[in-house]
Ligand binder design. Structure first.
Ligand code: ADP
Ligand code: ASP
Ligand code: MG
Length: 451
C-alpha cells in the first residue's frame, strides 16, 4: 500500500474553516493515512511568550486566555463535543500550571512541555474535524514514536529508534484509520517532552515518512509551492513546479521559511518525494521536490535569512601558525554551535551565526560563556542586525558571469561578507538587515524578471 504523510502548518489549522479545507485534502487521497499538524496559527508564538522571564502575571493570564479563545472557537463550531472539550480543558489547565512553574524554575524541560501543548490541542481538534466529515480518525501522541536526545528546545531525532517505534505503534493501525499526530514535538529516552526547534513540524512529517517508508510527504501551507523567492518580498515571484533535493535543501538552509532546513534529510535518505502546496488553494498545484528533475537552471531562487550575527575573531596566533581554527571550532562545538559561513584572512576569522539555529523558545546562540571562552585565545567583535541573502541554483561556481550580474545589483549596497565556491548551488552575501528586503527584490528582478 502506498502511504502519504500530509503535514498542515499553522495557517492550515488556524480555525474551523481552515481545518475543514485541510481535512478535505486528506480525504481526497485514500493513501493519506498520517496527518501531522502544527499548532493553530499564532499559538506557538503565544506559548513562546509564556516562557519568557520578563512577563508579569497579568500578561501571563492574558496569553492563556488568548490561546484558549483560539482553541475553544474551533470546538464551538464543531458543536461542542464533550470528549473534545474534556481534552482541551485538560491541556489548557496544564498550560496554566506549567507557565506558573516557569516563574519559579526556568527549566528548559518545562519550557518544552509547555510549547508542546499547541500541537496537542490542534491534533485533537483536527481528528475531531475529520470524524465530523465521516472519517475514521484518531489523535495519536507522537511522543510514543518520535524519540529524540535530551537537548530541550532543539532536540536531535534518533532515526533508528523512531523507525522501530513507528513500526510497532503506528504501522499496525494505518490500515483502518487516519492517524492525526503532532509535529514539532518528541520525547527523550526518559519520556520527557522535547521540541525540534521553531518550524519543526515539516521535519517531523519527513521523519515519520522515513520511518514508515512512505511514498510521499505533502507539506500544506499558505503558499502554492516553493517560489523563486518569498512572495512577500517580491510580488512577481513565481512558483517552481519541480526542484531537486539539493536545491530545496539549500533554499531551506538559507532561509526559505516554507520548509524547515532539516526536512529534506529524511526524504533524501529514503528517496521520498516531497510536495509543497497551499491548503487554501489546492487546485493551484505546487512544487514537487525530487531526486531527479528535468530542469537545472543556473538561477533557481533567492533566499533571505534575517537576524544574523557576525563574529569577527582576531588573533596574531594565526600568523604562520597552525591550530587556531581547530581551537576555535572546538570551542564552538562545545557550545553546540555549527559554523555557518566562514571567511578567513591572515589574522582574522569571520563567521556568521544563525539565529534560526536558536532553540524553540527563542534563546540565541551567543552566550556569555561562549564569548568568554573565545576571548581567552582571540579578540572577539560581534556585529548584529545583518541578513544573509543567498542566490540558489546550479553550476553557480562554474558559470562565467554570475558574479558580474550579482555585483551589478549590489552596487549601491555595502556587502559585509561574501561566500562563494564551496557549493555549486549557492552564492551568499551578508548585508545590513535594513537593506535586505531591497536587495532580495532587486536580485529577483534582475535574475528572474528579465525578458
Ligand atoms: P507553515 O505555518 O505552513 O509551516 P510557514 O510560515 O512556516 O508556513 O512557511 C510559509 C511561508 O514561507 C510563506 O508564507 C512565505 O512567506 C515564506 N517563504 C519564504 N521563502 C519562500 C519561498 N521561496 N517560497 C514560498 N514561500 C516562502
Ligand atoms: N508550531 C511550531 C512553530 O510555530 C512548529 C511548526 O509550526 O512547524 O514553530
Ligand atoms: Mg513552517
Amino acid at each position: 500500500m502506498s502511504l502519504v504523510v500530509a503535514k498542515f502548518g499553522g495557517t492550515s489549522v488556524a480555525d474551523y474553516d481552515a481545518m475543514g479545507r485541510s481535512a478535505d485534502i486528506v480525504l481526497a487521497n485514500a493513501a493519506t493515512r498520517i496527518v501531522v499538524v502544527s499548532a493553530s496559527s499564532g499559538v506557538t508564538n503565544l506559548l513562546v511568550e509564556l516562557t519568557q522571564a520578563t512577563i508579569n502575571d497579568e500578561r501571563r493570564l492574558q496569553l492563556l486566555k488568548q490561546i484558549a479563545q483560539i482553541q475553544y472557537q474551533i470546538v464551538d463550531e464543531l458543536g461542542r463535543p464533550q470528549e473534545i472539550i474534556a481534552v482541551l480543558d485538560k491541556l489548557l489547565s496544564r498550560m496554566a500550571v506549567l507557565s506558573e512553574m516557569l516563574v519559579l524554575n526556568r527549566s528548559k524541560a518545562v519550557m518544552d512541555e509547555l510549547l508542546s501543548l499547541g500541537e496537542q490541542c490542534s491534533s485533537a481538534l483536527f481528528a475531531a474535524v475529520l470524524r465530523e466529515k465521516g472519517a475514521i480518525a484518531s489523535a495519536f501522541d507522537v511522543r510514543r514514536v518520535l524519540r529524540t536526545d535530551s537537548h530541550f528546545g532543539r532536540a536531535e531525532p534518533q532515526i533508528e529508534a523512531i523507525a522501530c517505534l513507528a513500526h510497532e505503534h503506528l504501522q499496525p493501525f494505518l490500515q483502518d484509520q487516519i492517524i492525526v499526530t503532532q509535529g514539532f514535538i518528541g520525547a527523550d529516552d526518559e519520556g520527557r517532552t522535547t521540541t525540534l526547534g521553531r518550524g519543526g513540524s515539516d521535519y517531523s512529517a519527513a521523519l515519520l515518512a522515513e520511518a514508515l517508508k512512505a511514498s510521499a510527504v505533502e507539506i500544506w501551507t499558505d503558499v502554492a509551492g516553493i517560489y523563486t523567492t518569498d512572495p512577500r518580498l517580491a510580488p512577481n515571484a513565481r512558483p517552481i513546479a519541480e526542484i531537486s533535493f539539493n536545491e530545496a535543501a539549500e533554499m531551506a538552509t538559507f532561509g526559505a521559511k516554507v520548509l524547515h532546513p532539516a526536512t529534506i534529510l529524511p526524504a533524501v535518505r529514503q528517496q521520498i518525494q516531497v510536495f509543497v502546496g497551499s491548503s487554501k488553494e489546492p487546485q493551484k498545484g505546487g512544487t514537487w521536490i525530487r531526486h531527479q528533475v528535468e530542469d537545472a537552471p543556473v538561477y533557481r531562487a533567492v533566499a533571505l535569512r534575517r537576524d544574523q550575527t557576525l563574529l569577527n575573531l582576531h588573533s596574531l596566533q594565526m600568523l604562520h601558525a597552525q591550530g587556531f581554527l581547530a581551537e576555535t571550532f572546538a570551542t564552538l562545538a562545545r557550545h553546540k554551535i555549527s559554523v555557518d559561513l566562514i571567511t578567513t584572512s591572515e589574522v582574522n576569522v569571520a563567521l556568521t551565526l544563525d539565529k534560526t539555529g536558536s532553540d524553540s523558545s527563542g534563546h540565541g546562540l551567543l552566550s556569555e560563556a561562549l564569548l568568554q571562552e573565545l576571548s581567552q585565545h582571540c579578540r572577539v567583535r560581534v556585529e548584529d542586525k545583518l541578513a544573509l541573502v543567498a542566490i540558489i541554483g546550479n553550476r553557480i561556481a562554474t558559470t562565467p558571469g554570475v558574479c558580474r550580474r550579482v555585483f551589478e545589483v549590489l552596487e549601491p549596497h555595502n556587502v559585509r561578507m561574501i561566500c562563494q565556491g564551496a557549493s555549486p548551488h549557492n552564492l551568499c552575501v551578508l548585508v545590513a538587515e535594513s537593506e535586505a528586503a531591497q536587495v532580495v527584490a532587486a536580485l529577483h528582478q534582475n535574475l528572474f524578471e528579465g525578458a
